[in-house]
Structure formats: C-alpha cells, structure tokens
Write a protein that binds this ligand. Sequence first.
Ligand SMILES: Cc1cc2nc3c(=O)[nH]c(=O)nc-3n(C[C@H](O)[C@H](O)[C@H](O)COP(=O)(O)O)c2cc1C
Length: 189
Amino acid sequence: MKNSLASRLFLVYLKKKLCYHNQYLSYGGIVLGKLVLYFSEFGNTESIAKRIAEKTGADICKIEPIEPYPENLQEVMEIGQNETDNETMRPIKQLEVDLSKYDKVILGMPTWWYHAPPCVESFLKNAALERITVFVTDSGIPLNVDDEMKRISPNTYVESSEIIEFTPLVEPSRLVTPLEEIDAWIETL
Ligand SMILES: Cc1cc2nc3c(=O)[nH]c(=O)nc-3n(C[C@H](O)[C@H](O)[C@H](O)COP(=O)(O)O)c2cc1C
C-alpha cells in the first residue's frame, strides 16, 4: 500500500518535472512537438520557415494549392488580387502531417494584397485551431495579423506573431528586417 502510494507520488513528481524541463511532453506522457507550416510562392516565407525549423527542431510542412499558380510574378499578382478581393479560398492539397501531434503550430505566409493568401485561408478555415503562432512576410505593407485572424478564424488565439519585411519581388528579394530581430523572436518559440 505504502509502496504503491509512494510510486504514484513519484510518477506525479516525474511528470511535473518532465513538463517543466521539456515543453514537448504533456502530462499524459504523450510526446507533442512543434510544427512550422507555411505557404510560399517565391521563396521568402520558405527561407524563414526553414530557419525556424532548424533553430527550434520543429517539423516543417508546406501548404500547397491543388492547382499551382503560374510562375510569372505579374500573373500571380493579378490572380492573387482577384482571389483576395473576392475572398476566394483556393483548395489545397492534403497536408502530409497530423496536426494533432503538435502542441505548437507556427504558420508562415506572405502578405497578398493586405490579406492572407487564399491557400492559407483554406487551411485556417478547415483546421479551426485553438491557438497559433504566426509569421508574415511582406514588401513594406504587411497584413494585420489580428484583423486577419479575427476575419478568417475568430476562435483561434494568436499566441505570438512576427512581421518580416523583404525587398520587392521584382528583383531577387533581400531581407530588410534585421536577422538578429528575427532570431530573437525565434528564441521565444
Ligand atoms: C499576389 C501578391 C500580392 C502581394 N501583396 C502585398 C501587399 O499587399 N503588401 C506587401 O507588402 N507585399 C505584398 N506582396 C509581396 C509579398 O508579400 C512578399 O514579397 C513576400 O515576402 C513573398 O513571399 P514568398 O516569397 O514566400 O511568396 C505581394 C505579393 C504577391 C505575389
């Protein structure tokens, strides 16, 4: 009797200790982790997504439209404007990850005409996550994360967000936001 009480207390102690030291372990002992999920047409958002995954050890997965966009920037700009103006949700491929395995989802997206791209809207509407961490790339006029999340998925709590600026896409895009600022945010994840 004494032994079983002692071992139960020890187990509770052990679980609390593990949770304190390793946020990936839940009280039930189920291993949960971090996931970087991103949409990127021209590579900027992807470069940040990969950096986050490398630095945090998170899994990484790309959101992809079933019907790809053309390669030409001008064409994508026009289609994107049409879709965002009409609040179109572009159908996406099934994700290659099981979201229930993750206790932190870090969602990355470019700004498209001051909004989230239609692929991201499709993901958010279907996933209906309880909470999310968001990073956004842009070329000077970013979307407003809180307004967009309220519009698309009002019940999803935004834990943290970061806006990352690049130079315009007309020539090879360079990072404008200091890398140290981005890394300091990644440290908090
Ligand atoms: C369709 C489209 C719309 C865009 N709209 C905006 C915008 O409203 N504000 C802005 O600052 N940048 C805008 N951009 C620029 C992108 O947000 C920026 O270059 C982003 O980093 C591209 O990410 P990616 O390389 O991961 O696709 C737009 C780009 C595209 C293709």
